[in-house]
Every structure is written in C-alpha cells, then in structure tokens.
Design a protein around this ligand. Structure first.
Ligand code: FMN
Length: 356
C-alpha cells in the first residue's frame, strides 16, 4: 500500500500553528505508557513528528501535584511536545493554558475524547462534545488566552445519534485552533468496534485550512497510509500501534521515501530499546524507575521474545545492577522464545461503557 499519488509528492513536513513538524506521523497519548522515558526512546528510533503528554488535570497541574510534575517532565530530547490538559471548567483550562505558556511549553491540547466517568463526570473529556455551543466558547476562550497553538483531541461524538465532530471541527477552526485530532469512535464505543473512517473523512471535509489528524487502530505502515488515503487527513496519530511496534514511525518514514521493503529492527536494536527506556526512567525517577519499568515486563517479554523466567525477573527486579544482569542474560538467550505482538498488553477499560 502506497500513499495516494497526490499525497506521495507532498512535503514530509507539516505546519501546526507556528510549529513545523518534521513528519506527519505522531504518537497518540496512552496514559500510563507514553510518558517521558518512552517518548524519548521512541523519538530516537526516528520518524516521529510529534508527541503529546498523557492527559493532565488542569487544576492539579497548577497546584503542582507530584503526579502532574512527572507527567510534565520533558527535555530538549523530547521536542516537539504538546501538553494535553483536561477539565470541564473553562476557567481552569484557560488558566492551565496560560500556566503552560508561561513555563515555556510550546503547545496545548484540550482533551475531548476521554470516555472515563471520572473525567466525564466533571464535564470534561468526551462529555464536552455533548454541548456544542459551550464547547465552542470553551475552546475560543482558551485560544484567546494564549499565543501558543491550541489543538483539540476528540471522538466522533457521544454516540451514534450525536455525531458532533464535523460541526465542532468547523466551529473550532473559526475559533482559531491550530489542528484537530479525531479518534474515529464515539464515546459509547469505548475502544470496541471498528474505527469509522467515513466519520473522520466528514470531519476532514468540515474544515477549510487546519490539519485534521486521523487516529484509531493504526498498527502498520499500510494502516497509516490507508487512513490518510481514505479520509484525506493531513497527519495521523498512533497510540497502541506504537506499543505493538515502536519502529512503526521509522518504517513509515522509509515507506514515504520509497524505501521498500521497510527494515525490521535487529535483535540488538530491540534490546537497546529496552535499555534506553530503562535508562531514561532511572534518569527521571532514580531507583524508583526499577519499579516503574516492571509494568512493561509483559510487553517486552512478548515483543522481544524474552524467555519467560527472564520476563519474570524483569517483573520483580529491585536494582539497576540486577537489570543489567537480566539484560546480559537476554542477550545470551535471545530467540529462545518466539516474539509475539499482542495488542491485549495495552489494557483498555472493559465491561459496559456506562460503568466506566
Ligand atoms: C490505555 C490508554 C490510555 C489513553 N490515554 C489517553 C490520554 O491520556 N489522552 C487522550 O487524548 N487519549 C488517550 N487514549 C486514547 C488514545 O490516544 C487513542 O485515541 C486511542 O487509543 C485510539 O488510537 P490507537 O488505536 O492508535 O490506540 C488512551 C487510550 C488507551 C488505550
């Protein structure tokens, strides 16, 4: 699958507000996974145009909570970065956007897609989409409050009977947002069913000049190009697909340049990725990083084909030295277990969506 002819001659870069991004392929935020260490390790593999932080509660961010500080952690190696904030209260979003601008953050994204009750309950996340007029005022107020680019990430709507994304996208463009990311599901779909590319296309067609970023279920180079060809979106963002294959952005770049077949990472590159991810965790959290990387043990186990006893050790180790010992063992025994890539390793909420 190739990019359509008209798109294959386009510039690989894209402008969002005052920023020129080197590629049109972005990392979608996955709260709990796509934090500083993972982002930087991923950027170093190549091809990644933009990252966004996990959603940060605006009020907690301004209060300086420890969790928010960790989510806002960044460095020159983590550029370009957008900070995603959420709240159901306009004044909090406005103050939050100013707070970020004053501290040198380059762009702010408003979360209008989160399906979880704790977010929707205070009127934030996808719930905002249910009241289009209030949503437009909210976005206009945030845009007017800052000079950095403001973007919005949303779903198609609350449910099939209220598909508000095209209308909102058009109004948000008038209000001055720099781009819109659209996850092609409704809130009621949660993470189930399939992405409605037609709904994304309608959103693309509803705006005049700002880029729309298509999102949802992109797991391969082909999926990324299909999303662009079928919807006309200017860029795509990839969440779980980047967990399945961190090399996806590099592969897309190779395919955009016409280098086929795209190269798979060597065994050593895969092990280096684990080591780099861990090193960055330690940089941020000191020894506590040992605990935090354990969450990724099952994923690395499957992704790198780490023998099960070593995966178990990765799930329990206590010290930096122990980590390096495990890695030495992984190098010796790599290939004993077949690598398998399972989406299930990125947990999504389950059960009826009304109870999320
Ligand atoms: C575990 C998890 C955490 C997520 N956290 C966020 C978040 O913090 N902010 C956000 O806008 N979307 C969040 N999302 C939604 C993703 O960014 C994305 O829209 C969705 O997963 C569909 O894209 P994908 O199929 O490429 O993952 C999350 C999704 C998952 C599965």
């Amino acid at each position: 699958m190739l990019l359509s002819k008209s798109r294959s001659t386009e510039s690989p870069e894209i402008q969002i507000g005052n920023r020129i991004l080197k590629t049109r392929y972005f990392l979608a935020p996955l709260a709990g996974y796509t934090q500083y260490a993972f982002r930087v390790a991923l950027r170093e593999l190549g091809g990644l145009g933009l990252c966004t932080t996990d959603l940060v509660l605006a009020s907690q961010m301004m209060a300086g909570s420890r969790k928010s500080k960790a989510l806002l952690m960044t460095s020159v190696e983590d550029e370009p970065l957008t900070v995603q904030i959420f709240s159901g209260i306009t004044s909090e979003l406005v103050r939050g956007a100013r707070w970020l601008e004053n501290r040198g953050y380059e762009a702010v994204d408003i979360n209008m897609g989160c399906p979880m009750a704790k977010i929707n309950g205070n009127g934030g996340g996808a719930r905002i989409m249910c009241a289009p007029e209030a949503a437009c005022q909210m976005v206009a107020d945030v845009v007017d409050a800052v000079s950095i680019p403001v973007t919005v990430k949303m779903r198609l709507g609350w449910d099939r009977d209220s598909i508000t994304a095209p209308l909102l996208a058009s109004e948000f463009e008038k209000a001055g947002v720099a781009a819109i990311t659209i996850h092609g599901r409704t809130r009621n779909q949660g993470f189930g069913g399939s992405v409605d590319r037609e709904g994304i296309k309608q959103t693309v067609e509803a705006v005049h000049h700002i880029p729309v970023i298509g999102n949802g279920d992109i797991c391969t180079v082909e999926d990324a190009f299909q999303m662009r060809n079928e919807t006309g979106c200017e860029a795509v963002s990839i969440g779980r697909g980047a967990m399945l294959d961190p090399w996806i952005f590099r592969k897309i770049s190779q395919a955009v340049r016409g280098e086929e077949p795209v190269s798979e990472p060597t065994d050593e590159e895969q092990i280096q990725f684990l080591v780099r991810h861990f090193t960055l965790m330690i940089e941020q959290y000191d020894d506590y990083g040992c605990k935090l990387i354990r969450k990724f043990a099952a994923w690395y186990g499957a992704r790198l084909g780490i023998p099960e006893d070593l995966e178990d050790r990765l799930r329990q180790f206590e010290s930096i030295d122990e980590f390096h010992d495990i890695v030495a063992q992984i190098r010796l025994r790599h290939g004993e277990r077949k690598s398998s890539i399972a989406t299930a390793l990125v947990k999504t909420p389950n059960g009826p969506v009304e109870r999320w």
